[in-house]
Design a protein around this ligand. Structure first.
Ligand code: AMP
Ligand code: ZN
Length: 140
């Protein structure tokens, strides 16, 4: 466990957290700077820096836990008309804590969340070209 990892320290209990769920593989706790009230982080107990380092079994389990948290949020009485699941990998993709985590974010009409992804329409030629590269890479 890297001693400078905040989430490893939460998992071992040496930093405080507000836990909503725990099992042998995963821990779910409240984000300390919530985007909306009820913002939960789901993390593997084993330290992986990014998604690409993590095994698929752990990833599948994290997603199952996130689904259970999402369902619980909707029935919790907190404002939650919809949700975003967000998972950042690498500092260039907004990852600040280098221990894999999945955000479960409650959303409601009139909340003040703003995200600008800057999407641009692409030509079919570009889409086919990018698909080809990824498809080939997946086959290796
Ligand atoms: P990311 O930008 O995807 O790496 O998100 C990291 C998240 O971790 C942010 O939303 C932070 O608010 C949250 N965070 C950082 N430190 C703590 C902590 N000690 N307890 C709970 N959440 C934290
Ligand atoms: Zn860690």
């Amino acid at each position: 466990m890297p001693s400078d990892c905040i989430f490893c320290r939460i998992i071992e209990g040496s930093l405080p957290s507000s836990i909503v769920y725990e099992d042998e593989i995963a821990l779910a706790f409240m984000d300390i700077m919530p985007i909306n009230p009820g913002h939960v982080l789901v993390v593997p107990k084993k330290h992986f820096r990014e998604l690409s380092e993590m095994d698929e079994g752990t990833g599948a389990h994290l997603f199952c836990v996130a689904m259970r948290v999402e369902r619980a949020l909707r029935a919790s009485g907190l404002q939650c008309d919809g949700t975003n699941l967000l998972q950042n990998n690498g500092p260039d993709a907004w990852q600040e804590v280098m221990h894999v985590h999945l955000h479960v974010i409650p959303r409601f009409r009139g909340d003040e969340v703003k995200v600008h992804f800057g999407q641009k329409e692409a030509s079919r030629a570009h889409l086919d070209s990018w698909a080809g590269k990824i498809k080939t890479s997946m086959e290796q």
